[in-house]
Write a protein that binds this ligand. Sequence first.
Ligand code: 13P
Length: 251
Amino acid sequence: MRKKLIAGNWKMNNTPSQGVALINEIKDTANNAVCDVVVCTPYICLPAACEAAKGSKIAVSAENMHFEDKGAFTGEISADMLKEVGVTYTVIGHSERRQYFAETDTTVNLKTVKALANDILPIVCVGESLDQRENGITFDFISMQVKLALKGVSAEDAKKVVIAYEPIWAIGTGMTATDEQANEVCLFIRETVKSLYGADVSDTMRILYGGSMNAKNAAGLLAQSDIDGGLIGGASLKAADFCTIINAANA
Ligand code: 13P
């Protein structure tokens, strides 16, 4: 039985103090939750977020991480830096990073490997564009993204990876994938992982859905056989909505 995971991706929202206030608002719900609860915050919010989440069931995630240990990479953040402040997860390869910040399947793989080597749990994002879906190449594209992200990752490490299926056309658009559409691709991702590592890994790995998940549609999506949680953008910024989604994952 896979434990569900509800992760809020704040993106470029919330100052450190606003982030702390939001964490304090969701703390009780998270502490009473059966599922895992994660907040993915901007780098600058991470120390205060880790401090605010201390002693609670909320885990703190970065939204990105560099793949080198240290050096001349102006503006970047390493695994060591994240670990020292108490970060336990990082998002890798979000479509916004792929689209606006030249993230590639190669850097996604390097970051995934580096995160795992440092005991940081990677939440690896994959997802097709509307154009790709309309041209019938969704499954080919997702299969490629998953296989390239996991290149060189051992079976033992692969069990710790979280994959988030986020169709680009559903992100921030209000155009949620239907329960069936989302589950179909999450199941396909699990089959792809099974072809790489076998059933032990694919039955263990958590696969999330993200893309306009909200307080209204979460229960339906989270009830699907192969959706093990959500990566939530907009609705994670409102405590009441995020708590409703956490509670939906407990059902
Ligand atoms: P929205 O929930 O705002 O569509 O964002 C989804 C997302 O990109 C989470 O990483």
